[in-house]
Design a protein around this ligand. Structure first.
Ligand SMILES: [Zn+2]
Ligand SMILES: [Zn+2]
Length: 438
């Protein structure tokens, strides 16, 4: 073996979690080949994401060597896949850190409101095939909200963050836009003017017309369908504005931002039956499907999950008005960010606010990573990455030296034969209600 004892790590691998224990891992390991072989991974990003996910947290696919200079303690830190909207572990880390980041860097300490813009079931598949149109939904929602604000207080700026979500509670494809909006507008001098909620009915009418016009313009639907849908009493377009977070509720703002950035899938709601190759997913009651769970053959489930993976450079979060990076940059240059004056006379110094958030952020990083991988568990001294090991021969040599080499871990389970498919797909569904898992 090309591994010299003097340089070999002694203490084994740092394993904060066991990635192979998750039902999603089992499902992917078993069914990914089936999808690939059948040509059902539509975009290259889907195959790439799956490949990275199965290697996430597994030292057989490479690791960093981390060492404490003070006491000599060392261990291996596996690479994580960092995929978006797929790996529950990696995406969740991003979500928690985002809540802290956006509160510290973007959101003003004023009341906020959630707006949700939804499109009818009939039109949803169009957005699955043309993901760029999700951005158009955001632009339409921003235009409507901005216009309502300008009418109310001419010259003032709205402030909001828009999030595209492509999934419903049962991981079904349901494209919609969440907006985290300051419940009011900012005047150029930094004065915040609170406003009542923008009426749902006003936004819904405008959203319906603009989306239908857009789809007709793109040739995606006919004029006749647009006219029919404009006439429908319940078109399936909807806008909700009921959720509000008070000005002093920083935690509430972070939670709402995290909710809007969340992953399509929660591992706590998923189970995988290896014998039948079937996934059961339990969630809130789905109004359209009239049930609170989904039962699916593993490959079909995986195909559904893949629909939620964004394209490589696809932007799913947008900052508008007072929160746009341009406005933030201009305020920073002029030093305006320091103070926000609200119409009720409350003055918040954002600088102090930011330092409080930084402390909370440091706490959170420890929580997210379970233990700080760069603090020595033996002597509490700082640890550092001394090498990144990616060469398969070296990976193997080091793992073998430590007794951690498990070649069977690299073999994927045999795929379910293709002919088993139709029977799986027709698996009888029972509609006994299961308890909700929130
Ligand atoms: Zn991952
Ligand atoms: Zn140490």
């Amino acid at each position: 073996m090309g591994c010299r004892d003097a340089s070999a790590p002694s203490a084994g691998a740092y394993r904060p979690r066991n990635p192979r224990a998750s039902p999603l891992y089992h499902c992917v390991a078993r069914h990914a080949e089936e999808l690939r072989a059948a040509g059902r991974l539509e975009r290259s990003v889907e195959a790439r994401t799956i490949d990275r996910f199965v290697e996430c947290g597994d030292p057989h696919f490479g690791f960093a060597r981390v060492r404490c200079d003070a006491c000599g303690h060392d261990y291996l830190l596996s690479f994580s896949c960092k995929t978006r909207y797929f790996c529950p572990s990696c995406h969740q880390k991003r979500v928690l850190l985002y809540g802290e980041w956006v509160e510290e860097n973007v959101l003003a300490p004023v009341a906020h409101r959630q707006y949700v813009f939804t499109v009818p079931r009939l039109l949803r598949p169009l957005f699955s095939r043309r993901r760029a149109w999700l951005g158009e939904l955001c632009r339409i929602a921003a235009r409507l909200l901005g216009k309502a604000c300008r009418v109310a207080v001419p010259g003032a700026k709205p402030a909001f963050v828009e999030f595209v979500q492509t999934f419903g509670d049962l991981v079904n494809f349901n494209p919609h836009v969440h907006v985290l909006a300051a419940d009011g507008v900012f005047r150029a001098d930094g004065m915040f003017v609170p406003l009542p909620p923008i009426p749902e009915a006003l936004l819904e009418r405008g959203f319906r017309r603009a989306v239908l016009d857009f789809l007709v313009g793109e040739g995606a639907i006919s004029d006749e369908l647009r006219e029919r849908m404009l006439g429908w009493r319940y078109s399936g377009f909807s806008v909700h504005n009921q959720v509000r977070v008070a000005a002093d509720d920083a935690e509430g703002r972070k939670k709402l931002a995290a909710y809007m950035l969340r992953a399509p899938l929660s591992l706590a709601k998923m189970s995988y039956d290896a014998a039948s190759g079937t996934v059961i997913y339990r969630s809130k009651m789905h109004l359209g499907l009239k049930r609170n769970f989904q039962v699916m053959p593993g490959a079909q489930w995986l195909e559904l999950l893949c629909k939620h993976i964004p394209d490589r450079y696809e932007q799913l979060v947008r900052y508008v008005g007072w929160y746009s990076s341009r406005s933030r940059g201009a305020r920073k240059a002029k030093g305006v960010t320091a103070v926000v004056t609200t119409a009720s006379g409350v003055i918040e110094v954002l600088g102090e606010y930011a330092s409080r958030a930084k402390l909370a952020w440091a706490r959170l990083i420890r929580k997210v990573y379970e233990a700080d991988p760069l603090v020595c568990p033996k002597c509490q001294g700082p640890m550092r990455v001394i090498a990144l090991i990616e060469d398969p021969a070296v990976v193997r040599a080091i793992l073998a030296h430590l007794g951690l080499w498990q070649p069977q871990a690299l073999e994927r389970a045999p795929p379910v034969p293709a002919r088993a498919w139709p029977e799986h797909a027709n698996l009888p569904l029972t509609y006994h209600p299961l308890p909700d898992i929130a």
